[in-house]
Write a protein that binds this ligand. Structure first.
Ligand SMILES: *Cc1c(COP(=O)(O)O)cnc(C)c1O
Length: 415
């Protein structure tokens, strides 16, 4: 039976039952309705993910904890994984926490051929009372659904999935170090699991979450990085998918990264278009603090969400905090396009105050200089300084909220 027929049949069967619906974005609705036959206007109501049905199977071979000072990002994983299957006919199936294990997939599975994969990156933190906290998980849920629906994978109810992730972090609590700067990196991953090399929407998917204990990005304090502006390759383009966390976006970034590294630069800076707009740094968003050429006004700038920029949760947090706490100090905050030449000019005229990347892994990553057209653009750090004032304060503010030192609506306390 063809997938579309199967889909229509299940739609008809299910349309009379009132099971909990998955939250569907406009795109997902479009994508689903376009596979139904003309004249059929039933909205499919498939079972959503149900945290009350969670089944837990604990490991019989618990792992030894890695000492805090030996933690390497993404290298060791916890005892378990959270796993939920989806099918086009039955929706989200029973959520399970199972021992961490290999997946067994047919070599024809669509994820291996057409990159039906998207992911998220978030962290669980332990506060000083030992309570586990997530940071703005609803943002990750929204972004996951945007990513998955763009590649014809299902969407999931964000609140339900957050609850399941919270349960998972409780099971893995012993892996979350009780020390500031440490956390449990969570990697929600969705893949298409249909066994076919035919190109089409996957009829089945697997959503799983694995977790890796991580230490502070800068264990001995900030270390400002040197960047190389990449002018021969583009990361993302208008109308493309660079604003989604699709696995397919990342592999092509490694060679330019290696190129930059071979010339001694820690990261590459992605430019876009003939105007050479600065977009992102490696897999982080970019912030620039500049003194305006005409007015002398201090401005915190970042690229706008025009489809070429990944909507970072940290980016959004930096912008909100800047509007709340820096604007009253006389700063202007704007999301606008900035040319690499504008940045170089500001630097040459002593108006570039500081530059930093932002992302979940490091929160902020200060930039020392940028190699651009054979010159080194200085990014405003004085002498032996490893971070500018804004980057330092942002890190402290955000970390304060993540570890519950400042009570804030962005902190999700796992009960
Ligand atoms: C994940 C990611 C970011 C940062 O997003 P956060 O939600 O702040 O971690 C920025 N750029 C790219 C390309 C990314 O993949």
């Amino acid at each position: 039976m063809k997938l579309s027929q199967q889909f229509v049949r299940s739609t008809l069967l299910r349309s009379t039952t009132t099971s909990k619906a998955t939250s569907l974005s406009g795109f997902a609705l479009w994508q689903r309705s376009y596979s139904t036959k003309p004249g059929l206007s039933t909205t499919p109501v498939l079972p959503g993910a149900d945290p009350s049905k969670l089944v837990i199977t604990t490991t019989t071979t618990p792992k030894e904890l890695t000492p805090n000072n030996e933690l390497v990002f993404g290298k060791t994983f916890t005892d378990h994984m959270l796993s939920i299957e989806w099918t086009a006919s039955d929706g989200w199936l029973t959520p399970r926490i199972i021992p961490y294990q290999n997946l067994s997939l047919d070599p024809a599975t669509c994820v291996f051929h057409y990159a039906f994969e998207c992911f998220e990156g978030m962290k669980a933190y332990k506060d000083k009372n030992g309570k586990i906290r997530l940071f703005r998980p609803s943002k990750n849920m929204q972004r996951l659904n945007k990513s998955s629906s763009r590649i014809a994978l299902p969407t999931i109810d964000g609140d339900a999935f957050t609850k399941l992730i919270a349960e998972f972090t409780k099971i893995e609590s012993r892996f979350i170090p009780n020390e500031k700067g440490y956390s449990l990196y969570l990697r929600p991953t969705m893949i298409g699991t249909q066994r076919t090399i035919g190109v089409g929407p996957p009829g089945s998917a697997l959503l799983y979450v694995i977790a890796s204990p991580v230490g502070p990005y800068y264990p001995t304090g900030f270390k400002a990085v040197s960047l190389e502006a990449t002018d021969y390759a583009v990361r993302a383009w208008p109308g493309g998918v660079g604003d989604k966390k699709l696995g397919a976006n990342y592999a092509p970034c490694i060679v330019p990264q290696q190129e930059a590294a071979s010339r001694g630069f820690q990261q590459n800076l992605w430019l876009f278009g003939e105007e050479e707009y600065v977009t992102e740094v490696g897999t982080m968003n970019l912030f620039m603090a500049i003194k305006n050429k005409e007015t002398g006004q201090k401005e915190l700038l970042t690229a706008p969400l025009d489809g070429t920029i990944l909507e970072g949760v940290t980016r959004d947090s930096v912008l909100s905090l800047a509007r709340e706490r820096l604007v009253p100090e006389g700063w202007a905050v704007s999301e606008r396009k900035v040319r690499m030449s504008e940045l170089a000019e500001a630097s040459a005229e002593g108006r570039l105050i500081e530059v930093f990347g932002s992302g979940t892994a490091a929160i902020v990553s200060p930039v020392r200089n940028i190699s651009y057209k054979g010159q080194l653009v200085d990014c405003g750090l004085q002498g032996h300084e490893e971070a500018g004032d804004i980057a330092l304060r942002m890190k402290n503010w955000i970390e304060g909220i993540q570890y519950g030192e400042e009570e804030h609506e962005w902190s999700y306390v796992v009960e």
